[in-house]
Design a protein around this ligand. Structure first.
Ligand code: ATP
Length: 226
C-alpha cells in the first residue's frame, strides 16, 4: 500500500435499528482522536450475523440522516441498501476501494464486541488488505486476548498498534485499539423499551425519537391497539 498522506476516512457499519448516542459518540470520538476527514455511516440491508432488522431499510436510513444532520463530518452511505443479498463488509470495502482508490486510509470502526465476533465474518482474514480496523474499547480495558479465538489472536498479534499515527503511515493493515467513553446503550434495549412505552429520551437524538413516534415504529401490534 502507498503512503496515505493525511486523508483517513472512517466507516461505521451497523444495523442502526435504531441509531443511538452509543454509535454517534463513538464516531465523534474516533473522528477527533484519529483526525479522520469524515465518518460514513453504512446501514446494512441484510445483516449476515444478526436477526433481521425490525424496521425497513428506508426508515433506518432516514433515522441515520436525522441523527447526523448537524455534523458536517458525518454522512450516510447507502451502498449496502442498494445491493441485493446479504450485506458483507468485504463487498463494501471492495466497492469503496474502487471508488476511492488505494491512496486513502480506510478505517473500519467497531466496538470490541463486534471485533471479538470477526472470525464469523465473510472472508474476514482479507479485511485488513483493504482497511485498518479500529477497535473502540472502554478506557483502560482493551479486549482481553483470552477472549479471542486462536485465529483472531494470531491476526491481532501481527497487526495491533496503540499509535494513532500508524493509520496514516499506510492505508490498510493495522488493528488500532482506541479508548472511548463507553455508553452502555444498545438498540435492542431501546426497541424493548419503546415496545413497553418507556421513553428512550437522552439515549438518542430527539429528532430520531420524533421520527419513531410519527411512524409508529417499534410498537408491537398488541401495544399499538392498547
Ligand atoms: P443491537 O442491540 O440491535 O444488536 P447495536 O446497538 O449493537 O444493535 P449495531 O447497529 O449493531 O448497534 O452496531 C453497529 C456498531 O456500533 C458495532 O460495531 C457496535 O460494536 C457499535 N456499537 C453499538 N452500540 C455501541 C455503544 N453503545 N458504544 C460503542 N459502540 C457501539
Amino acid at each position: 500500500m502507498q503512503a496515505a498522506g493525511n486523508l483517513a476516512i472512517g466507516i461505521l457499519g451497523g444495523t442502526f435499528d435504531p441509531i443511538h448516542f452509543g454509535h454517534l459518540r463513538m464516531a465523534q470520538e474516533l473522528l477527533q482522536a484519529l483526525d479522520l476527514s469524515e465518518v460514513r455511516f453504512i446501514p446494512a440491508a441484510t445483516p449476515p450475523l444478526k436477526k433481521q432488522p425490525v424496521t425497513s431499510a428506508s426508515d433506518r436510513a432516514a433515522m441515520v440522516l436525522l441523527a447526523i444532520a448537524n455534523n458536517a463530518a458525518f454522512s450516510l452511505d447507502e451502498r449496502e441498501l442498494g445491493r441485493s443479498g446479504t450485506s458483507y463488509t468485504i463487498d463494501t470495502l471492495l466497492s469503496l476501494r474502487k471508488e476511492l482508490g488505494t491512496g486513502v486510509s480506510l478505517c473500519l470502526l467497531m466496538g470490541s464486541d463486534a471485533f471479538l465476533g470477526l472470525p464469523n465474518w465473510q472472508r474476514w482474514q482479507e479485511l485488513l488488505n483493504y482497511c485498518h480496523i479500529i477497535v473502540a474499547h472502554r478506557a483502560n480495558i482493551a479486549p482481553a486476548t483470552q477472549a479471542m479465538s486462536a485465529q483472531l489472536r494470531n491476526l491481532w498479534e501481527k497487526s495491533v498498534s496503540t499509535h494513532a499515527e500508524d493509520i496514516t503511515k499506510k492505508t490498510a493493515g493495522t488493528i488500532l485499539m482506541q479508548p472511548i467513553t463507553q455508553l452502555d446503550i444498545s438498540a435492542t434495549r431501546i426497541r424493548e423499551d419503546l415496545n413497553c412505552n418507556i421513553s428512550p429520551r437522552y439515549l438518542m437524538p430527539e429528532s430520531v425519537i420524533d421520527f419513531i413516534h410519527s411512524h409508529r415504529l417499534y410498537v408491537s401490534a398488541k401495544a399499538a391497539t392498547t
